[in-house]
Design a protein around this ligand. Structure first.
Ligand SMILES: [Zn+2]
Length: 279
């Protein structure tokens, strides 16, 4: 099954983060090279400043990976459409789609990216929060502080647009894209085309609960595999096998047996159950 234009979302990036955090801490960067000039950039520092620094942790903000380097530099990895960050222990993973190689004292990180929209940004750790993408990012849905009230506060900024469009906007909630927006809206029994200012308190409470449940379940399944997603070890994710609506057009709803339909909302192909999500 092929889904063009579907990119890694929070569960996929979190799966990669967990794998890398478990094995990279303590490894030192030896060299950073790129074969496509826009892929790897330094902001407020130089690429050579990273040489010799040790990775002290791998964090995530929304769909962005953040490699900490000896406390004072950070490497942001935006996978975007087709980026893959692979751990290469044997020096065999470089190929025609490789845009960047981070050589370490043990092994390397290979960044493959067919569409070339991915970005690796080296910058001082103190500037991470000001990175243009991270600065306007909404709350992290899997932090314990996330709540229906916080979701309500952020949805209020998008009164006249559809709830699907609001979920796709990274300033509402960090890390949700097309697959999980559809899954979350199904789990909430909310129609994706419904305007944010028509949502009732109960709908927002259901949405907040579904956001946490759907994303957590997807992380446990190793994320979803579309055309290009691979985790750090090159494996695919299993979530789509248990998806409720995404990529299930014409198949029976797992709750009511009505046929799942695909419509266009917020400019994106959107899957829903017309019966469960009639409101
Ligand atoms: Zn249904």
């Amino acid at each position: 099954m092929v889904h063009y234009g579907t990119m890694p979302e929070l569960p996929e990036v979190e799966s990669i983060r967990r794998q890398l955090d478990a094995v990279l801490v303590g490894r030192r960067l030896v060299d950073l090279t790129s074969s496509w000039p826009k892929t790897l950039v330094a902001r407020g520092t130089t690429l050579t400043a990273a040489h010799g620094l040790a990775i002290d942790g791998v964090d995530r903000r929304g769909k962005v990976l953040i490699l900490g380097l000896d406390g004072h530099l950070a490497l942001l990895v935006h996978l975007r459409m087709t980026g893959q960050l692979l751990l290469d222990e044997t020096g065999e993973l470089e190929g025609p789609k490789t845009r960047c190689v981070i050589t370490m004292d043990r092994g390397a990180l290979v960044f493959n990216d067919q569409r070339k929209f991915g970005r690796l940004v080296l910058l001082p750790a103190s500037l991470v929060a000001e990175d243009p993408l991270l600065a306007r990012m909404g709350p992290e849905p899997l932090e314990t502080s996330f709540s229906a009230q916080i979701l309500s506060d952020h949805l209020r900024r998008h009164r006249s647009i559809s709830v699907k469009a609001a979920l796709l906007d990274q300033s509402t909630v960090a890390g949700i894209g097309n697959i999980y927006a559809d899954e979350i809206l199904f789990a909430s029994e909310v129609n994706p085309a419904r305007r944010c200012d028509q949502l009732k308190r109960r709908d927002i409470e259901r949405l907040a609960t579904a956001i946490v449940a759907v994303l957590s379940r997807a992380i446990n399944a190793g994320g979803s595999t579309m055309r290009d997603y691979r985790d750090a070890n090159g494996a695919q994710g299993n979530y789509l096998e248990e998806a409720a609506v995404f990529a299930r057009t014409g198949q029976p709803c797992r709750r009511c047996s009505a046929s799942i339909i695909k419509v266009r909302v917020a400019g994106r192909g959107t899957h829903l159950c017309p019966s469960c999500q009639s409101r």
